[in-house]
Write a protein that binds this ligand. Structure first.
Ligand SMILES: [Zn+2]
Length: 320
C-alpha cells in the first residue's frame, strides 16, 4: 500500500513538474517571440505612428534594411504621398526628400519631376554623354549631350519638294524622312502643305547658330532659343523644324492651321512636339511650335497621351 501511495504521489509530482515546465517553456517562447517581433521593422514603424496599411505599403517599395531611414525621424506623410506619385522612382527617393526639405512650398509632383529630370541642377552644369545605343530614343537636352564628332549614320537628302534651301542642303536620317513623308502625305490630303526649314545640323553648324545668337543678344538669350553645340537635337538627325509652305515665321507659325494639325497628328507618325508651350520650365526652351523629334509611333503616342515631354518619358521609362 505504501508503495502504491508513493507511486501515486510520484505521478502527481511528475505531472505538476511537467505542467510548470510547459508553462515556463510556453511563456519563454512567447517572451522570445514578443522580443523578436519588437525587433521587426513592422513593430518599429507602428510605434512611430504608421498604420498597418502604411507599413505594408512601405514594405512593398523598400527592402528591410532600406527602412532604417524611416526610423530616424517621426512619421512623415510626404514619404507616403511621394510613393503614390505617378512618376516616383525609388532610386531618387532620398534626393526627393532632401530637395523637398529645401523647397517646402513645391508640390510633390513637381519635386518628383524635377529630380527625375535633374531640374534641381542648372542647365549644362553637369552635362553627361548621352546613351547613343538608344538610337532613335537617345536623349539630347541640357543635361545629355553628343560629342563633337557624332554624326548619324544613314543621312539622306531631303528633296526641295519638302524642304526649303538649295538642292541637297537639307539632310536627315532615313528613319526620320520615311516617317515625315508618311505624315506629309496625310497632311497634304487634309489640305496642308508641310515644309521643312531645318533638319540635321552638325556640331559645327550648331556652334555657329548658338554663337550668332550669343554674340547678338548674350548668353542668356542664346540659351533660351538655341542649344549649345552638342546639346542640339538637330545633331541626332531625328529632329525637324516643320513649317507650312505659306508660313515659315517662328513667331506666327503657332497660330496657323498647319501648326494645329501637327500638334494633333504628329504622334501618329512617330513625332513629338519637343518644346511645348506649357513645358518651358521642363525643356528649358521657349515654345517652338515647329520643332518635332522622331521617337517612333509607340513612344510618341505615349508622350501625347500622357501629356509629357520626351525628357520626362526618358527619365521615367528609359533611365529608371
Ligand atoms: Zn529645331
Amino acid at each position: 500500500m505504501a508503495t502504491r501511495k508513493k507511486l501515486k504521489k510520484g505521478v502527481w509530482v511528475f505531472f505538476v513538474v511537467i505542467l510548470f515546465l510547459s508553462i515556463a517553456i510556453y511563456s519563454g517562447i512567447n517572451i522570445y517571440k514578443d522580443y523578436q517581433y519588437k525587433q521587426t521593422y513592422e513593430y518599429k514603424l507602428l510605434e512611430i505612428g504608421y498604420t498597418k496599411d502604411e507599413v505594408n505599403k512601405l514594405k512593398e517599395v523598400f527592402k528591410n534594411e532600406e527602412l532604417d531611414i524611416f526610423l530616424e525621424s517621426e512619421k512623415n506623410e510626404d514619404i507616403l504621398n511621394l510613393i503614390d506619385e505617378k512618376y516616383f522612382l525609388k532610386k531618387n527617393f532620398e534626393k526627393y526628400l532632401s530637395y523637398k526639405e529645401k523647397n517646402k512650398k513645391k508640390e510633390l509632383s513637381e519635386i518628383v519631376r524635377n529630380i527625375n529630370l535633374h531640374l534641381d541642377k542648372k542647365y549644362y552644369e553637369e552635362l553627361q554623354n548621352t546613351n547613343q545605343s538608344l538610337d532613335t530614343l537617345m536623349l539630347v537636352n541640357k543635361y545629355y549631350a553628343l560629342p563633337s564628332d557624332y554624326e548619324p549614320t544613314e543621312l539622306v537628302t531631303i528633296s526641295t519638294k519638302y524642304a526649303w534651301g538649295t538642292k541637297g542642303s537639307k539632310k536627315t536620317r532615313q528613319v526620320t524622312l520615311d516617317a515625315f513623308l508618311e505624315m506629309w502625305d496625310q497632311a497634304m490630303e487634309d489640305g496642308y502643305y508641310l515644309m521643312i526649314n531645318s533638319a540635321y545640323r552638325s556640331y559645327q553648324d550648331q556652334e555657329k547658330v548658338y554663337n550668332d545668337r550669343k554674340n547678338s543678344r548674350g548668353e542668356k538669350y542664346a540659351d533660351s532659343v538655341a542649344a549649345r553645340p552638342g546639346s542640339s537635337e538637330h545633331q541626332t538627325g531625328l529632329s525637324l523644324d516643320i513649317f507650312s509652305k505659306n508660313n515659315s515665321n517662328q513667331s506666327t507659325f503657332k497660330d496657323t492651321p498647319e501648326a494645329a494639325w501637327l500638334k494633333e497628328n504628329a504622334h501618329k507618325y512617330g513625332f513629338v512636339l519637343r518644346y511645348p508651350e506649357d513645358k518651358v520650365n521642363i525643356t528649358g526652351y521657349s515654345y517652338e511650335s515647329w520643332h518635332y523629334r522622331y521617337v517612333g509611333v509607340d513612344v510618341a503616342t505615349k508622350c501625347f497621351e500622357e501629356n509629357i515631354t520626351f525628357d520626362e518619358y526618358y527619365a521615367y521609362y528609359l533611365e529608371k
